[in-house]
Design a protein around this ligand. Structure first.
Ligand SMILES: [Zn+2]
Length: 287
């Protein structure tokens, strides 16, 4: 090879190396920018969540028992913030994907056929009732969360389930779901309440408090709606103490209501409700 050709090849090689280095630098800068944006969005979301929760009437909001700070709870809080940060980065509301940009219609299910995690056995949908139906409520809508039959079908003969069925008047139903919980959201898409409703509202039945708590505690969701799944999971993990109270209050309401068909009695709708303040919990974690 002529020395001239060798020099040309060397120059080409130098040029390629220069370009590769420049590309690496560009990627580094982009990565750094992404990291900065992410951390900025995260801190903005966090202060926004605090601001919004504080903007509500604090007298009406219970922070609930202070939760023990632990690595797992810290992780859950981080997951919640990351879900909202990802939405903020895309400029999206939590339910934007579900509502498809349309104004939500009262009572319509979002998604229409429910969000289903068939492999784990959970499903949920988002909707809103008519304002008259939830007077005094500041929520935008709520998620109804259900457990599918494989999660509880073989558990119905347990002592606690038989006791709960007795409390409910031994109802019979061939429904394939059991309603676990409803989570109320404000207009910004932040969870603000946990509540339980009577079975005529959801058209299925409920499970005893022990099994309900077990299914909530171990719940993981992958329905194809990652941010909503993350928020539902994180809300539940951060509010286990409140959920125990909520289930106890539910059973108290059922026990106090007399009548032959208490699960079908439309005068008994809301069984128990607790306002939640995730911002307060995040603040505890961040201390
Ligand atoms: Zn509802």
């Amino acid at each position: 090879m002529r020395s001239q050709d060798v020099e040309v090849l060397r120059e080409v090689r130098r040029q390629m190396l220069r370009e590769a280095h420049e590309e690496m630098r560009r990627q580094e800068v982009r990565g750094q920018m992404r990291r900065e944006v992410r951390s900025q969005v995260r801190s903005e979301m966090r202060s926004q969540m605090r601001g919004q929760v504080r903007a509500k009437e604090l007298s009406a909001v219970r922070a609930g028992p202070r939760i023990r700070r632990s690595a797992s709870v810290d992780g859950v809080g981080a997951r919640l913030l990351e879900a909202y940060a990802a939405l903020a980065e895309r400029g999206e509301h939590l339910f934007a994907g579900l509502l498809g940009g349309a104004t939500p219609k009262q009572w319509a299910h979002y998604p229409e056929d429910d969000a289903i995690d068939a492999s784990r056995g959970y499903q949920w949908f988002y909707h809103s009732h008519s304002p008259e139906d939830r007077p005094g409520s500041s929520e935008h809508g709520h998620i109804h969360l259900f457990a599918r039959r494989p999660l509880w079908g073989r558990r119905l003969r347990s002592k606690s389930e038989r006791a709960f069925a007795g409390l409910c008047g031994d109802p019979v139903s061939d429904a394939h779901t059991r309603h676990l919980l409803a989570i109320g959201f404000d207009a910004k898409g932040l969870p603000v309440s946990l509540f339980t409703v009577n079975s005529w509202v959801t058209g299925d039945l409920m499970l005893g408090a022990d099994l309900t708590m077990e299914l909530l505690e171990s719940m993981e969701l992958d329905t194809g709606h990652p941010e909503v799944d993350a928020v539902v999971e994180a809300t539940i993990r951060m509010c286990l103490a409140e959920l125990s109270e909520l289930m106890a209050a539910r059973d108290k309401s059922l026990a106090a209501h007399v009548g032959p068909d208490k699960l079908g009695d439309s005068s008994l709708e809301l069984l128990s409700e607790i306002a939640v303040d995730l911002d307060a919990k995040l603040a505890i974690q961040g201390d």
